[in-house]
Design a protein around this ligand. Structure first.
Ligand code: CTP
Length: 395
């Protein structure tokens, strides 16, 4: 709940600005006070009257308004709230934030504020993917600005891709996360967990023994340190960790799509036991056995590598952590995986015993700096240690 919190909501120019009205309604219902600021672009899409009515406070629009200056101007607006939320944030406003331009009221507030800032971008997918926007977002993230979205989907123009403003309930969760206590408050961490199921026909699939316990424990440990966590999970029989957004998937292809959809993130932990191969063709009807005939061989196709994709992604999280499940030459294989997949850390574990599905784990943290051997620990303790190291790395 945001009871007693004071938020400054900056609405900039995007067709998605109408969703800012719904966000303001949710924020007020959650107990927050909302002071609205509307940019010139934002005012092309929502009226100051609508925003003012929903927020229950006067809309600020003009850097040069004498009335507003007399009340303390942009410095007061920048300092009075507990956090600043920019929703939607246009490509132009992101560029001005990254450069430090204070040419309008929103820019001046964002330069003068000492409060946490959360940005919810919305723009055409080509604008979001443009190297200029990618570089601006990287600069802002490195400065500690939190992001939510954009999401993948249909745009107003007949185009689809990453660029849709996050849905208001998602933005609300991200704003609540700004106020969570702990070293990862305001950070977004993506975790993959569990096995994947690769269909052979409508009733059969290829899978592995992963229970999801380690990945789920990591998601819970990160949330306990205040992070906003998106857990992309394959089919598992364990409960959802508390305080975590869970996206359920079946196949490696679905897991990749869901992880990309959850970007940007400050860190990613790929703990899922993704099936490396899938049946090359999933047969539409159940494969029947024919008396006296040998079964047809199964042809396999290679699945996408989610960890490697995230490590080389244009919107790569600052820290990417992989796992190496090995039955021999543990450290050497983990080192090779670190280099081959391009991630920052590899958590190496020997799966020759009953680690997969078991409750304890002995791991080694392999980084460019060297190898740390951790003792045999219950999976939640391995998770807590890893979460603490991630918090240190992002600090
Ligand atoms: N991984 C992934 N996508 C895949 C395969 C693996 O994201 N298609 C990730 C896992 O989540 C883990 C890391 O890569 O973080 C290593 O997984 P592992 O199974 O140990 O390695 P593989 O790449 O499958 O290599 P191999 O099976 O040859 O050891």
């Amino acid at each position: 709940m945001l009871t007693g919190r004071h938020l400054l909501l900056i609405v900039s120019g995007s067709i998605a600005a109408y969703k800012a009205l719904e966000l303001a309604r949710l924020l007020r219902r959650d107990g927050a006070r909302v002071t609205p600021v509307l940019t010139a672009g934002g005012a092309q899409f929502v009226t100051p009257h609508a925003l003012q009515a929903i927020c229950g406070e006067a809309v600020m629009q003009d850097l040069w308004s004498l009335e507003q200056e007399a009340a303390g101007g942009h410095i007061r607006l920048a300092r009075a709230p507990d956090a600043v939320v920019v929703a939607p944030a246009s490509a132009d406003l992101l560029a001005r934030m990254a450069t430090g331009l204070a040419s309008d009221l929103a820019g001046a507030i964002l330069l003068a504020t000492t409060r946490p800032v959360l940005v919810a971008p919305a723009m055409n997918p080509t604008m979001w993917a443009h190297p200029a926007t990618v570089a601006n977002v990287a600069v802002l993230r490195a400065r500690g600005i939190a992001f939510v979205g954009p999401e993948n989907g249909e745009m107003a123009e007949p185009e689809s891709g990453y660029g849709r403003l996050a849905e208001p309930p998602t933005m609300l969760a991200a704003i609540r996360a700004l106020f969570s206590a702990g070293p990862l408050a305001g950070r977004h961490v993506l975790v993959t967990s569990g096995p994947t199921h690769e269909p052979l026909d409508p009733v059969r699939y290829i899978a592995n023994r992963s229970s999801g316990r380690q990945g789920h424990a990591i998601a819970a440990a990160l949330a306990a340190l205040g992070a906003r966590v998106t857990l992309v999970s394959g089919p598992v029989a364990i409960a959802d960790p508390p305080g975590v957004t869970v996206v359920r998937v079946e196949t490696a292809a679905e897991m990749l799509a869901a992880t990309e959809a959850a970007l940007p993130a400050d860190a990613a932990v790929c703990a899922a036991a993704v099936a490396d191969f899938r049946p090359a063709t999933a047969v539409a009807g159940k494969i029947k056995k024919i008396a006296g005939m040998a079964p047809a061989p199964i042809t396999l196709a290679l699945n996408p590598d989610i960890l490697a994709t995230l490590s080389h992604h244009a919107r790569r999280p600052r820290l990417v952590v992989g796992f190496a499940a090995e039955t021999s030459d543990l450290i050497e294989n983990a080192r090779q995986k670190l280099a081959r997949k391009g991630c920052d850390w590899v958590v190496a574990n020997d799966v020759s015993g009953d680690v997969m599905g078991g409750s304890d784990n002995t791991v080694h943290l392999v980084t460019a700096a060297g190898v740390e051997d951790w003792p045999l620990l219950p999976k939640p303790q391995v998770a807590a240690r890893l979460a603490a190291r991630i918090a240190e790395a992002l600090a």
